[in-house]
Design a protein around this ligand. Structure first.
Ligand code: ATP
Length: 372
């Protein structure tokens, strides 16, 4: 478990961050200048808070009261930056094993396993100049993993890549979070990445933690609108592949006993998947409408409604124990007479399905997300 409770002053900027996260990916999400990188630097030991405590499991990295302040090296952090920062004169293999031959560190994951995990086997004898941006970043992740880290810090690892390269690398990150047994702190200002990868979401705004919790819960919090932004706002739902309809090339995913139909997902029946539904892709209806191309009409219950100015209102609905979020006009809200507690139908126009990489042929097709 990662536990952070720090206060710092950077020039005139005051940072105060407290959060805890268990295994898996913890996303630090927020606008530019919110303080995400500063938090990461303090976890890494690259800068020092004024006061506080940082620990990974029972290993204290920093504690101002007990005067503990481990050096970056002692902290055993794997750090991946926006740009890969590989050594240009070394082959991929020598880059990957750098912390072993230069720093005497022992990797906790076997070399071959990391190479396979990131799909970089064919690149081992090349130098960084002969790699694409996405390949370079995969090698940088491999190098961090092979340094025997206690925790992996990834500071906007996709920010310098174009959309195609991002799509190339996301399935590997997804696989990493499923298979590597170390906590990962992932800085991003892309809700799509966060929705796909994070277990815990920490929203940072103006140097303060505005919210922390399971990603599905935090993403549907309406009070966080300004921090999360309206366009990408939405929800993540956990589901399980239920069946595949060969005739129409459609997959049915069971979410809380309800079926969501999506274009074919190449995954095994019974496999767990995560769905990302943007609020703007969901409409609400009092009855299941006829004569409509949208085929997903989920019975949900209205939980919460924003009452704000402007044309739109956001409505959070419960689908069993999970939540989704719809963005409709205020005029529709009034016309439908929506109120908390009311049963309605959520009409889902588009779903992004996070496909488990285990069942992907990543060499041929690695775009990871299926949308319609
Ligand atoms: N060493 C420093 N001295 C003074 N101010 C600093 C220092 N480091 C960071 N800041 C300020 O602290 C604030 C937070 O910066 P930080 O880089 O942590 O934000 P961020 O959320 O990571 O932003 P981005 O997404 O743009 O990388 C900014 O206003 C920045 O100008």
């Amino acid at each position: 478990m990662l536990s952070v409770d720090i206060e710092a002053k950077l020039g005139t900027f005051h940072l105060s961050a407290t959060f805890e996260s268990s295994a898996g990916v913890t996303a630090l999400f927020g606008r530019s200048g919110a303080g995400k990188t500063s938090v990461v630097h303090m976890i890494a030991g690259l800068s020092r808070p004024m006061r506080g405590r940082i620990a990974v499991d029972d290993m204290v990295l920093y504690d101002s009261d007990r005067k503990i302040d481990l050096s970056p090296r002692q902290r055993r952090i794997g750090h991946v930056f926006q740009e890969a920062r590989l050594f240009p004169h070394l082959t991929v293999r020598r880059n990957l094993t750098f912390s072993h031959w230069a720093g005497g560190r022992t990797a906790s994951m076997p070399f071959d396993e990391v190479v396979e995990l990131l799909g970089i086997g064919k690149l081992l004898d090349r130098r960084p100049a002969k790699l694409s941006g996405g390949e370079r970043q995969r090698v940088a992740i491999g190098r961090a993993l092979l340094s025997g880290p206690r925790i992996l810090l990834m500071d906007e690892p996709l920010a310098s890549l174009d959309q195609a390269r991002k799509s190339e690398i996301l399935p590997y990150l997804d696989r990493l979070r499923r298979e590597a047994a170390i906590p990962i702190v992932y800085v991003s200002h892309s809700l799509e990445e966060v929705a796909r990868l994070a277990e815990t979401l920490v929203i940072i705004s103006d140097g303060k933690v505005e919210a922390v919790g399971p990603v599905g819960e935090v993403m549907t919090r309406l009070d966080l609108g300004p921090a999360t932004g309206r366009q990408q706002a939405g929800a993540v739902l956990d589901g399980r592949i239920s069946s595949y309809d060969e005739e129409w090339d459609l997959t049915h995913i069971d979410v809380e006993g309800q079926m969501i139909e999506v274009p074919a997902v190449r995954a095994e029946i019974g496999e767990e998947v995560r769905l990302h539904l943007r609020a703007r892709d969901i409409a609400l209806a009092l009855e299941v409408p006829g004569g409509l191309s949208i085929r997903n009409a989920l019975p949900v219950t209205v939980l919460e409604i924003t009452h704000e100015r402007g044309p739109y209102a956001e409505v959070v609905c419960a689908l069993g124990a999970q939540r989704l979020r719809a963005r409709i006009t205020r005029a529709s809200l009034v016309a439908l007479g929506l109120k908390p507690g009311q049963p309605v139908f959520a009409l889902v126009k588009s779903v992004a399905v996070d496909r488990p990489l285990a069942s992907l042929d990543v060499e041929r097709d690695n775009d990871g997300f299926m949308s319609r």
